[in-house]
Design a protein around this ligand. Structure first.
Ligand SMILES: *C/C=C(C)/C=C/C=C(C)/C=C/C1=C(C)CCCC1(C)C
Length: 243
């Protein structure tokens, strides 16, 4: 019996100065809380917004599960959980692109817009992963390609097809679209900073001492929960106006 108890692994200790581990813990709880909020709010607005809020909840829920693993991985190995990080992103970032499509459907958004945004986001993430995990010596090249795909997304939503549709829709949809555009331009720009802080390249030392994981964790909390709240707000505002 004693031997058996001794064989059960303890929960890894978190040092008081392990601020990276701390942000993994808080990030995990924040994603769980946000998911509960989005899922439980499903009956407070018009039916037609349900899919949008469902997607908001799925984004934070998928992140919560990945943060559960990343928190553990960090505590056990004290190294970046790059694999889990990118699996999380490759599932949640395309879903954020789907959010744009869903709110613009009222103005007649076509599936092709959704697929274009998804394609750009997958290119951005796969090339980012190659630079961060596989070909680290060429991290600056892969980061650059990833950045181009990022600007493709920025272009489509700020000036291209998506912008045109949002303007046609007007009102609360246009307002929400604009806020989401700012999230992508400013909130998503947090990630390349984390990438540069954590990979070798000409930019080495520029962000001296900054932890890549802390930057990514802060970015995720702002973007995933913030994005969801913008869509939630749109659903509430649009439903009360029509009632
Ligand atoms: C919830 C997760 C989100 C919104 C993740 C977004 C990630 C990015 C916008 C990452 C972008 C990158 C670049 C633009 C260049 C360097 C490599 C990346 C993948 C960090």
């Amino acid at each position: 019996m004693e031997n058996f108890l001794a064989s059960i692994p303890l929960v890894a200790k978190i040092a008081t100065n392990d601020y990276v581990g701390f942000t993994f813990f808080v990030g995990c709880m924040a994603m769980m809380a946000a998911s509960a909020f989005f899922f439980l709010s499903m009956n407070s607005y018009d039916r037609k917004w349900r899919t949008s809020i469902l997607v908001s909840g799925l984004i934070t829920f998928i992140a919560a599960v990945h943060y559960w693993y990343m928190r553990d991985y960090w505590a056990a190995n004290m190294e970046s959980p790059t694999f889990f990080r990118y699996v999380d992103w490759v599932l949640t970032v395309p879903l954020m692109c789907v959010e744009f499509f869903l709110i613009l459907k009222v103005a007649g958004a076509k599936k092709s817009l959704m697929w274009k945004l998804i394609l750009a986001s997958v290119i951005m993430l796969v090339t980012g992963y190659l630079g961060e995990a596989v070909y680290r010596d060429a991290a600056e090249i892969w980061g650059l390609i990833s950045g181009l795909a990022y600007f493709w997304i920025v272009y489509i939503i700020w000036f291209g097809e998506a912008k045109k549709l949002a303007t046609e829709a007007g009102g609360a949809v246009l307002k929400a679209h604009k806020t989401l555009c700012w999230f992508v331009l400013v909130g998503w720009a947090i990630y390349p900073i984390g990438y540069m802080a954590g990979t070798p390249g000409w930019y080495e030392g520029l962000f001296g001492g900054l932890s890549m994981d802390v930057v990514y964790n802060i970015g995720d909390a702002i973007n995933k929960i913030g994005f969801g709240l913008v869509v939630y707000n749109l659903a509430v505002v649009a439903s009360t106006k029509e009632a």
